[in-house]
Design a protein around this ligand. Structure first.
Ligand SMILES: *[C@@H]1O[C@H](CO)[C@@H](O)[C@H](O)[C@H]1NC(C)=O
Ligand SMILES: *[C@@H]1O[C@H](CO)[C@@H](O)[C@H](O)[C@H]1NC(C)=O
Ligand SMILES: *[C@@H]1O[C@H](CO)[C@@H](O)[C@H](O)[C@H]1NC(C)=O
Length: 216
């Protein structure tokens, strides 16, 4: 399935979206998987929500105390894992719905949460389309640009028999479709970052990816 033929390595330039205010940023969905409550991350300038309402299965857990202070990103400290079923999905319902261009970002930090010291290997799907395989121990994220044909977007963790899938955070950003004129449904581009543990998110987030809101 899926037309995943076009792999553009797009720079992160030009994703500026004018938005207003500090609460929920329009077009943004930010989930801190496994978090006990919603909160505002002052450093990133993003409101994160807990999983409620986005996923029905799985269980919340905290990473090993050995790693918890090593990583300053709040989103890495908890996760949600899915011991049951081969396919467990988050459902995202962006305000602007189908036909728009979205950046979807999934973040992972194993942090030996299960005391097994063995990073699982599992797949991510968007709906039924293969997106990527998650296979690193380090704080990592994967991004994809997606133009959905339905108002709901499903991001699914697929158990491939190599350990229990988990996820640390899941984010959706509305992009300017005139900059990313993707005419159809499917997955159009992807890239992946492997980030060391010293300053894991320094290259990633918000200031550098130009999706930072301008407060005007
Ligand atoms: C997984 O299934 C077992 C057995 O049915 C159940 O006890 C457990 O609560 C389930 N865990 C989750 C996270 O759904
Ligand atoms: C999208 O980008 C185009 C071209 O840079 C610009 O003219 C337009 O104002 C942008 N739209 C939004 C909603 O930012
Ligand atoms: C990434 O994880 C591997 C173990 O899979 C480890 O050996 C390596 O040091 C880590 N890299 C960084 C930059 O932390």
């Amino acid at each position: 399935m899926g037309r995943m033929g076009v792999w553009l390595l797009v720079g992160m330039v030009g994703m500026l979206i004018p938005v207003h205010g500090q609460d929920q940023i329009p077009g943004f969905i930010s989930i801190d998987c496994g978090a006990p409550n919603d909160y505002y991350d002052i450093e990133l300038g993003i409101y994160y929500k807990k999983d409620d309402g986005f996923v029905d299965s799985g269980e919340n857990w905290q990473i090993s105390t050995l790693f918890i202070n090593e990583n300053r990103w709040q989103q890495s400290k908890n996760l949600r894992f899915f011991p049951n079923g081969t396919r467990n999905c988050y459902t995202l319902r962006p305000e602007k719905g189908k036909g728009n261009t979205y950046l979807i970002r999934a973040l992972f930090f194993y942090g030996n949460y299960d005391d097994k010291n063995q990073q699982p290997l599992f797949d991510l799907h968007i709906g039924t389309d293969y997106w990527t395989t998650v296979n690193t121990f380090n704080w990592t994220y994967y991004e994809i640009i997606h133009v959905p044909t339905t108002d709901n977007i499903q991001v699914c963790l697929i158990n491939t028999g190599n350990g229990v899938p988990y996820i640390s955070a899941l984010e959706l950003r509305l992009l300017n479709s005139s900059i990313y004129p993707l005419n159809s449904a499917s997955l159009s581009t992807r890239w992946r970052y492997d980030i060391g543990s010293s300053d894991p998110m320094a290259v990633h987030r918000y200031d550098s990816d130009n999706t930072k809101p301008t407060h005007n």
